[in-house]
Design a protein around this ligand. Structure first.
Ligand code: PMP
Length: 428
């Protein structure tokens, strides 16, 4: 497209590791092509610079009267405001800092009302699929179009007991196919049936702006390490009521406002009613500050130009893969579905693990192989039985025409130069 042609002239954002060289089995060495952003993206140089500038002034958060403690506390709380702005949160929403998306969704699973019915598509990442197992959870079958996803959800919600609380958990962009899910429509369907919705934005937030208000989702979860801030923090942001009605996720200092011995020998606790309620223990201020720095850097770079540049990279990879008859790209919603820079495929006659190992050893390209923590989805896409636990990876190379048991995933983003995707296409 014209947009993608313009975008190819835009520079990638500077990231750490862009000059790292790795040895090749064929001799010599080559700069490493990190094409596994969907697992963990490299830190933006800007994030690293901000963290390095702050590190000498590191101090305890909410736990000290000294200057450096005050400074760290300010940076921590300002980061909360930056993240709320980045997500376009509503008045009254709370931003809770966690370790990761997995941690955020487990936190939410722990605070949902006891009689909450939860609805999740079987196509979700395990972090979205599994935390609800102690609730009344309904797993929805894989849809084959975005419209079918909305219909499937509407049908399931229409059948539920309309009086109790309900929650829908859905991904914004698939970590397997990169395809975008119709989040706004799913949110409207959820709300029309009195349910709430949490968005797993682990793969969406690094690639597209996420507006809580516009999408009208009740909560959003994402991870710093996929958003160019790999320092151990994540976010759960959204409605305060369920968060504040529940027991703290972790019991400890920081979550408690007052603690007193009781006459009978026990202890009485009054918990905070702010985000601190679920942030017991000394927080990871470096991780939190790095997320805020990444939010600012992406906002300043502008998602319009990031999206246009990524479109160009996606087009290059898809056009290259389309030229290799043995390659089959995995897709739930079809070729025309809008997507982010996450593409999974299998190669006829190849074991996917051996293929990924060859990309690394012979070309210095880092991709991922396997079932990508989304076993039911990948099995469906590979044509295996999604109910069969099966094997996670074939021990021997698949013979031509034999079904693969796992796949190869290439993923990229704001720091990816054209040369990396071109080298990848050439290598395939
Ligand atoms: N959801 C999706 C869609 C993901 O891709 C991932 C990570 N692969 C997660 C959740 C879990 O993220 P984390 O490992 O940072 O907890």
């Amino acid at each position: 497209t014209a947009d993608s042609a313009d975008a190819c002239c835009a520079e990638p954002l500077p990231v750490l590791g862009r000059d790292v060289t790795v040895p090749l089995v064929t001799g010599g060495e080559v700069t490493y092509a990190a094409l596994d952003y969907a697992a963990s993206a490299p830190a933006l140089q800007r994030v690293w610079d901000d963290v390095a500038a702050y590190a000498p002034y590191y101090g305890s958060v909410h736990r000290g009267a000294g200057y450096l403690s005050q400074l760290s506390t300010d940076l921590f709380e300002q980061s909360r405001v930056t993240v709320a702005e980045f997500l376009d949160c509503r008045e009254g929403d709370q931003v809770v800092f966690t370790r990761s998306t997995t941690d955020s969704l487990n936190l939410l699973a722990q605070v949902v009302p006891a009689d909450c019915q939860v609805f999740v598509f079987e196509t979700e990442h395990h972090a979205s699929l599994l935390p609800w197992r102690d609730t009344q959870v309904t797993y929805l079958n894989a849809p084959r179009t975005p419209a079918q996803a909305v219909e499937t959800l509407e049908r399931a919600l229409a059948d539920r007991d309309p009086h109790g609380p309900a929650l829908v958990c859905v991904t914004g962009a698939s970590n397997v196919t990169g395809e975008l899910w119709p989040v706004r429509e799913l949110a409207a369907a959820a709300h029309a049936h009195g349910a709430r919705i949490v968005l797993d934005a682990a793969q969406l937030a690094p690639h597209h702006p996420v507006s809580v208000r516009e999408l009208d989702v009740d909560w959003v979860a994402f991870s710093g390490h996929k958003l160019y801030a790999p320092f151990g923090s994540g976010v759960l942001a959204g409605r305060a009521d369920w968060l504040q009605a529940a027991e703290p996720y972790l019991a400890g200092g920081g979550a408690s406002r007052t603690v007193a011995r009781r006459a009978d020998g026990g202890v009485d606790v009054e918990w905070h009613t702010t985000a601190a309620r679920h942030e017991a223990g000394s927080p990871n201020v470096i991780g939190v500050y790095s997320i805020a720095s990444a939010c600012k850097a992406l906002t300043e770079a502008g998602f319009d130009s990031l999206v246009a540049r990524e479109r160009h990279l996606i087009d290059t990879v898809r056009a290259g893969l389309a030229e290799v008859p043995e390659v089959r790209v995995l897709s739930l919603f079809g070729d025309d579905a809008p997507r982010v820079g996450v593409i999974s495929f299998v190669v006829d006659g190849w074991n996917s693990s051996h293929f990924a190992a060859a990309l690394s050893a012979e070309y210095g390209i880092g991709v991922r192989d396997g079932l990508f923590c989304a076993h039911p989805l990948v099995r469906t896409l590979l044509g295996s039985d999604p109910q069969d636990p099966g094997e996670c990876g074939a021990p021997e190379p698949a013979a031509p025409g034999e079904r693969s048991l796992n796949a190869i995933r290439v993923s990229f983003g704001a720091g990816t130069p054209d040369e990396h995707v071109e080298r990848f296409v050439g290598a395939v």
